[in-house]
Design a protein around this ligand. Sequence first.
Ligand code: MSP
Length: 537
Amino acid sequence: MAADKPSYYITTPIYYVNAKPHLGTAYCTVMTDVQARFRRACGYDVKFLTGMDEHGEKVAEAAEKNGFDTPQAWCDSMEPAFADLWRALEISNDDFIRTTQPRHIAGVQKFLKVLLDRGYIYKGAYDGWYCRPDETYFTDTQVHHHEEERLAAGEAPADPAHPLCPDCDRPLERIQEESWFFKLSAFQQPLLDFYAAHPDFIQPETRKNEVISFVSGGLKDLSISRSTFDWGVPFPFDEDHVAYVWVDALINYLTALGYGSDDEAEFRRRWPAQAHIVGKDIIRFHCVIWPALLMAADLPLPEKVFAHGFLTVRNEETGKVEKMSKSRGNVIAPEEVMDLLGVGAYRYYFMSDVVHGTDAPISWGRMRQVYNADLANSWGNLVSRALNMSIKYFDGCAPARPGTWDEATPLKDAADGVYGRYAAHMETFDYQGAAADIMQIVSAANLYIENSAPWALAKDPDKAGELELVLWNVLEAIRIANELYAPFMPAISAEVRRRLGLPAEQDAALEELCQWGGLAGGQPVEKGDPLFPRLQD
Ligand code: MSP
């Protein structure tokens, strides 16, 4: 723990165990990882949390279907699918929470007791619609409204006994059971007041408007317990009921900090979270239910919920663009993309080419295009040319920092203020903008090489000083661009640092590392294999 550094607590959703992670789920984790790495580089004491959502009827059913003795054994068998992929994708999470861990169960039970003591939950009877695949409840009005929209769009009427889910269009079930309810209805005005007072709470802006209009439409109390199965966290004061999976799952953001344990010091130090990163499908849970639950428990609210869009795929049969999801059978395995691009380029592609907030169609053609243009031709080529020339003209070493290092050059100009521009983009999750900031330096460096033709300078002994200045400028620009690329491509950046002969660990904060003039030079450098071998179209 670094007491002197400010805490930055960032989370991904916890993933359902029933499906192996695919490109879509991995997208969210990589996006969170890039922010976590950026914040660490800026000097924050980061806690990056991800994990698995293991309770609920569907998990119990899947365990049975897959021949496992217990749901727990099924969940355990799924952990490597996540843990291994996160390692392969260079995900730097500091913790991995599972909702079946005792630390989580204790925290959920404490939370439920707090809600009971504060008078925000009560026992009643639930009679309404339930989407089993999404584990989401819907009112008659929501279901009716969705059916009207479908009919207006020319779709066939749904079976009235099983109308379709407003979120995923799969058949709903009518369920009636005794249940505990959370007084969500009491939080309509407090939520609206909160959104107004914290305009940055929900990002991007379009999502905020969607949430505000949903809440303005009125909130109904929420059923938060189930009694027809037992794979969940039992209510401490009513053992026949287990917590509704969403309430159970949301509380993971607290229990990972030790909420409900004997030592709540980390919880006190790090809560509220700085950012929850979620997909747009789960924004109501994070921007309506979660803040209301926290208000009910008298806890502070997270600073920001960032909702990204979906990676989509075109359905060949219907021609419709669909969310990539296991239940639709259209998923691409992350391993396939890693095999094609390598991990660094995989991360770079999804983070720099996909606008975080809107849906993004995935195409192999576009992946190749971005890889070849940005990485093979621009960044990889720049690094390899510069190292080659150093080896050739400076006896295997980087040229020493010349006395005139501080004089204006096109590269010094390009690097001036880049940290500020880049950080502003990163902080608002505009990774595309941040990648473009770096690319400006990279392009300027490639152009500078062309314009100053070091190969010609090397032939003229009178131009030795000029050659030194030019090549030092190029290496200095590479050093800075490489630090800025590190959150996107951690292992690649570490390798570039190594080839440049720079220390693996950097003590200074990113802003300082981006100051022009940091490269002392004179150290041996190494050429190495191409970082991004060109891909055939
Ligand atoms: N278990 C809940 C989250 C509980 S958090 C307290 C859940 N799990 S999930 O596995 O279904 O989805 C996790 C995340 O993956 C969601 O943010 C969802 O938006 C994201 N994605 C799933 N498919 C996706 C795409 N095709 N594209 C981008 N993100 C996608 O919901």
